[in-house]
Design a protein around this ligand. Structure first.
Ligand code: FEO
Length: 399
């Protein structure tokens, strides 16, 4: 049975949800599942805007065929050639052998790398600014390289002011009945999973996102149709503002996130005491995370949220505790910058973790490591609480 929704009278959502997948990209936990959005445009010509992941092929095909209502499919527009949106290209071509694949040179190269599809005479290559007229509806192609792969483009449909935005403005999480942002009680409740999605999937490419936001600013957009998550309509200015901040690596909040690694609770103890001191000084929005417990994708999201970080970790094998090293490696890979960081190091006989964290942070852009790293010898002693208080004062003064 089909499960479709009208975005407008002529544009039909034909996507679906996967609540069984544990790890998106076999990497990121998705406890609330993930949605794959796809759209059919009905006009003198018909078009499908991207396909879906292989896991929901059956639902997708039922949806597309229902939306088409027996009509032939003229175009498949491929805005993004990652397999979570492209796994069913071959299936659509088998059902609609006459359809034309619309993409760019990089799109078609990726198709042939991933799949053995005979594309001879079945492609329409577009360039930045090209248009595709379907009848009343005209698609304008806006290239968005590296948001999130090099071939990515967006399509702006001018008659209904709809932006088909590829991965941009998407989120983890399956749909819960509501498909549109104005159908949920509080769309801003989506922010943490949107940020986690952005930070981990697209976060490395801030300048490229900035370039696309500048292009989008010149368009009159009523509806944003991303490939994952809610369709944005109504008041979605805050979504664009969040993307603007994230892509400039500006924090959302003047607040502190405390990351600790701790084998026996002693480094944790110092981190918890510092977090308490910060709260007593009036800092709001503090969150404390055990980096061994919480998946790094959530930690990265918190770095995007907060202006200040505290990183507390033991020395391990004369180096840095692996879970903290993993977080710092991921931060560097994602190009994170512009944060202020306080450090707590621990080492029972040869403390190294402070120096290593400092070096890794200093190699990132505009990371200010505060003076006065608190170095523990196994555990915090009463006489060291003043060192923690001094670090707390520095953090508060720099907030
Ligand atoms: Fe949802 Fe970059 O694929």
């Amino acid at each position: 049975m089909h499960c479709t929704r009208e975005v407008t009278k002529d544009i039909i959502w034909v996507g679906g949800n996967d609540r069984r997948l544990a790890l998106f990209e076999n990497l990121f936990p998705i406890p609330d599942g993930v949605s794959y959005n796809s759209y059919v445009i009905l006009d003198e010509k018909t078009a499908v805007m991207d396909t879906v992941d292989a896991s929901i092929t059956r639902q997708f095909i039922e949806n597309v065929e229902h939306a088409l209502g027996g009509r032939k499919l003229d175009y498949l527009v491929i805005n993004h050639m990652e397999p979570d949106h492209c796994a069913t290209i071959g299936e659509l071509l088998r059902i609609h052998p006459e359809l034309t694949l619309v993409g760019n040179e990089k799109t078609f190269r990726l198709i042939s790398q991933f799949y053995d599809i005979d594309m001879e005479g079945r492609t329409l290559a577009v360039k930045e600014g090209d248009t595709l007229c379907l009848g009343k509806h005209t698609l304008h192609f806006v290239f968005a390289p590296m948001v999130h792969w090099p071939e990515v483009m967006m399509a702006y449909e001018e008659s209904e002011k709809i932006l088909f935005a590829a991965d941009a403005f998407g989120s983890f999480g399956a749909h819960n009945g509501a498909l549109f942002s104005d159908e949920v009680a509080d769309a801003k409740a989506e922010l943490p999973e949107m940020r986690r999605y952005y930070g981990n999937i697209v976060g490395k490419y801030g300048p490229q996102v900035q370039a696309v936001l500048k292009k989008a600013a010149g368009l009159d957009i009523a509806v944003i149709c991303p490939l994952h998550g809610l369709i944005w309509r109504g008041d979605f200015g805050w979504v664009l503002e969040a993307y603007d901040k994230w892509s400039k690596y500006e924090p959302e909040e003047k607040s502190v996130v405390v990351f600790y690694a701790s084998m026996y609770g002693d480094t944790q103890n110092a981190a918890e005491i510092l977090a308490g001191m910060l709260a007593q000084e009036g800092v709001k929005g503090i969150r404390v995370y055990d980096v061994s417990k919480t998946h790094v994708s959530y930690l990265i999201s918190e770095v995007f949220r907060c202006s200040h970080l505290v990183m507390a970790a033991p020395t391990y094998n004369n180096g840095l505790y692996p879970a903290m090293e993993n977080l710092l490696t991921d931060m560097a890979a994602l190009n994170l910058q512009n944060r202020t960081v306080g450090l707590i190091a621990n080492g029972s006989w040869a403390p190294q973790s402070g120096k290593i964290m400092d070096a890794k942070l200093s190699a990132m852009k505009n990371m200010r490591v505060l003076d006065g790293t608190v170095t523990l010898r196994s555990s915090l002693k009463e006489e060291q609480t003043e060192e923690l208080a001094a670090l707390c004062r520095q953090i508060v003064e720099s907030l």
